[in-house]
Design a protein around this ligand. Structure first.
Ligand code: NAD
Length: 556
């Protein structure tokens, strides 16, 4: 089980520079990105191999980590490493176009796909939770979610507040790996955020990374600071130590002047949500020794938390579930109106998915921030007429501090991803960049996930729970030349609630990489466009037509 073998004496960190420690850049990219996921600057709990999202791990245990490391160092150009839930289980002879690594994490047969069975198997050392980009080695720290969160709050601003969050207060909780992006995403949109967090260390971490502006010592102080900044139309983010299950109901009772409410605690895993009445210092021991009782109390607390969110919605606030399953958990614990709150995908993101847009990201394997600055400039040259994208790239360049290997994320659509990949590969070939790039994405993408409470909530044709699409997506990326491909279960929303796939492809400047990138970065978002055509979205059909995607049975 995790922790069975001790962590290495020195922290794990990706190699920098252009010297290979493997037999080629594809293998080197996998090695560096695995190491990067466990860099203390990147991972939430590297000593336990936990990268983010509750218990999302990069490898099953330290001996598996060491074995993956060894295999990647000797892996040939015609070999493929198989990783089963974070443990290397074989190296097979394949061919040059095949992925160098194939990964399956946390998958369970549907009738067994629940936390109890997963924990039993995890305890036996047979599986691990891979979240989305933890077990697939393309987590890039909080920036990864910052852009998506920024886009979501921009959409909220657009739909409800005249295009800016200036003069509004957002109330949310959770300052973890993903949730830590919320305060900066709100202030980048001009607004004020109060973020409740039960762990003082998480508040400190976000303050020191510049994602959070100040800490309030009490609820009254938080409200005082927030209303003052709101009235001055100044952006400000405030961390408030407390349990969301206590603070939200109290704020709702006192009719606090909150405009927007959401949440990013780790509600998808009841053992990663602090129950009301439990001290944060006693929590790990309590969760370990009395998991069922702890989970039951966490669910009851979530019911109180969501009931307060519903109360805010009734009072006219803009309230949405931010993809952590809190509605499902609360509903199961008796909050009958939990699903009165919409999910963020149908509310704000689906039109982007219809255009093949999703969280494209790349990391500079050189470790040199100048490589990312150069790719930022190249992207502005290439797609500068996209105003939202240019604004993001400029702001990210100024405001985002890198964690681990320098990296960048932006949402790109059908056609744009292939164009960017092609340009980046040319920059590696010409020596404009100091070393190759790893180009990947989150599993939260247009065609790569089935998740009825999140990415596929309220599909036009009711196909929310159809999980063929992420499997086709992984097969397509494998057939198209991706460098590593992954299929996971339960990421983001928990066991039984999602199936999702990922790909990472290396731009090493070779002609072969150019051809593979063109295929992968066309076909990967292409499966998303086709998935949305099939579900009956006219915008997806328009996108398919514009980009020459063949639709065998066109909509009537
Ligand atoms: P994390 O485990 O790193 O952080 C969760 C934070 O919540 C921790 O800091 C924890 O101390 C805090 N917390 C737990 N219970 C609390 C309580 N009762 N009151 C106050 N604070 C509490 O997780 P993360 O990576 O930040 O992810 C958060 C959630 O968002 C997860 O459920 C994840 O699956 C989901 N998620 C959403 C998206 C999206 O795009 N919307 C993407 C990825 C993940």
């Amino acid at each position: 089980s995790p922790g069975q073998h001790a962590a290495p004496a020195t922290p794990v960190r990706a190699a920098r520079g252009s010297t290979l420690h493997t037999r080629g850049w594809p293998q080197e990219a996998a090695l560096r990105m695995l190491h990067n996921n466990l860099d203390p600057e990147v991972a939430e709990r590297p000593e336990d191999l936990v990268v983010y999202g509750g218990t999302g791990r990069a490898a099953r245990d330290w001996s598996s980590f060491a074995a993956i490391d060894r295999c990647l160092r000797s892996l040939g150009h015609d070999e493929t490493l198989l990783v089963q839930s974070g443990r290397p289980v074989g190296v097979l002879r394949t061919h040059e176009w095949a992925p160098r690594v194939l990964i399956a994490n946390a998958n369970l047969v549907p009738d067994w796909a629940n936390w109890e069975e997963f924990r039993r198997l995890e305890h036996l050392g047979l599986t691990m939770y891979g979240q989305m980009t933890a077990g697939s080695w393309i987590y890039i720290g909080t920036q990864g979610i910052l852009q998506g969160t920024y886009e979501t709050f921009s959409a909220v601003a657009e739909q409800r507040f005249g295009g800016s969050l200036a003069g509004t207060i957002t109330l949310t909780a959770g300052l973890g790996g993903m949730g830590g992006a919320q305060p900066l995403a709100v202030t980048l949109n001009g607004g004020v955020a109060i973020v409740i967090e039960c762990d003082p260390k998480r508040i400190e971490r976000r303050l020191s990374h510049g994602y959070l502006d100040v800490r309030a010592e009490s609820m009254a102080e938080a409200l005082r600071l927030a209303t003052r900044a709101r009235d001055a139309r100044q952006p400000l983010s405030i961390g408030l130590l407390g349990n969301a299950a206590d603070v939200l109901p109290e704020l709702a009772r006192s009719a606090a002047p909150i405009d927007i409410v959401t949440d990013q605690t780790s509600a998808h895993d009841p053992l990663a949500y602090l129950p009301s009445g439990v001290d944060v210092a006693d929590w790990p021991e309590y969760a370990r020794t009395a998991p069922e009782e702890c989970a039951r109390r966490a669910r009851a607390s979530m019911a109180a938390h969501v009931a307060a969110m519903v109360q805010f919605a009734d009072a006219g606030s803009e309230v949405f579930d931010y993809g952590n399953s809190i509605r499902g958990e609360a509903h199961g614990a008796g909050c009958s109106r939990a699903f009165d709150i919409p999910g963020f995908v149908p509310a704000y993101i689906r039109p982007l998915f219809c255009q093949g847009k999703g969280p494209f990201r790349w990391a500079a394997l050189s470790g040199d921030p100048a490589d990312i600055a150069a790719t930022d400039r190249a992207l502005l040259d290439l797609l500068g007429d996209n105003e939202g994208l240019s604004r993001w790239i400029r702001m990210a360049g100024e405001r985002v501090s890198f964690q681990g290997l320098p990296a960048r994320i932006c949402w790109l659509g059908q056609g744009e991803r292939a164009a960017a990949g092609n340009r980046f590969n040319e920059m590696v070939a010409s020596g404009e960049l100091a070393a190759p790039l790893a180009i990947g994405r989150d599993h939260l993408d247009t065609g790569s996930v089935a998740s009825p409470h999140r990415e596929t909530e309220a599909m036009a044709d009711g196909s929310d729970a159809i999980a063929d699409w992420p499997l086709l997506n992984a097969l397509v990326n494998t057939a198209s030349g991706a460098t590593w491909v992954s299929v996971h279960h339960g990421g983001g929303v928990g066991m039984g609630r999602s199936i999702h796939a990922g790909q990472v492809s290396v731009a090493d400047g070779t002609d072969l990489a150019a051809t593979k990138l063109e295929r992968v970065l066309t076909n990967d978002p292409g499966t998303g466009v086709l998935r949305h055509v099939d579900a009956g979205y006219p915008l997806a059909h328009t996108t398919a037509r514009q980009h020459g995607l063949t639709v065998p049975i066109p909509p009537e």
